[in-house]
Design a protein around this ligand. Sequence first.
Ligand SMILES: Nc1nc2c(c(=O)[nH]1)N[C@H]1C(S)=C(S)[C@@H](COP(=O)(O)O)O[C@H]1N2
Ligand SMILES: [Mo]
Length: 198
Amino acid sequence: MLGKFFQKPTQENGDRVPPGQHLAKGFPVLTYGTAPKISIEEWEFRVWGLAKPTVLTWADFMSLPQHEFTADFHCVTRWSKLDVKWTGIKVTDFMNLIEVEPAAVHVMQHCYGGYTTNLPLTDFVLEANFFAFQLFGEPLPREHGGPMRLVIPHLYAWKSSKWINGLEFLDTEEMGFWERNGYHRRGEPWAEERYSNS
Ligand SMILES: Nc1nc2c(c(=O)[nH]1)N[C@H]1C(S)=C(S)[C@@H](COP(=O)(O)O)O[C@H]1N2
Ligand SMILES: [Mo]
């Protein structure tokens, strides 16, 4: 066996675990630095760059349709968790609240605490991506990014910002925190895009 922290994939879910990954027991927490503490009352979300500058509140997000999502979660440090259950708001619905300029091709995620991570707009505006505020039916715990995080299921989880509080729309690709520190600019788990090759 793989010990205390990992589970062996079963026959049926083995093909859902990307190369070089193991199934985690439980749901590990991975945070660089300390988890910021933000109440829903003070929570604010900003949009800037190549978009109409906008400040959104918790109520603005809650006015959007809410959905249940089941998604697999892959951390580049080689653990995966299948079938994580979230409640949240689709990125595609969120986009109706803001006005992005046609020249925008890239987006930088910003967070309480200063973490950043970048995405091409084509990886961001997808039906499967969502802002999550519940995990397994409970308010999203602070250590997992509560009150609100982004989830981008098709990329390594460092692209899924916890405590997200803003988006900066860009006409060029800029690097976020881990991308500047040796990790891949895109991070696709099935292609094992772990580290930057430049
Ligand atoms: N703001 C912020 N978001 C973050 C991180 C972080 O350190 N700060 N870590 C990333 C990494 S590397 C992973 S694997 C996931 C971990 O999410 P979890 O702690 O809910 O498992 O969050 C990502 N989002
Ligand atoms: Mo990670």
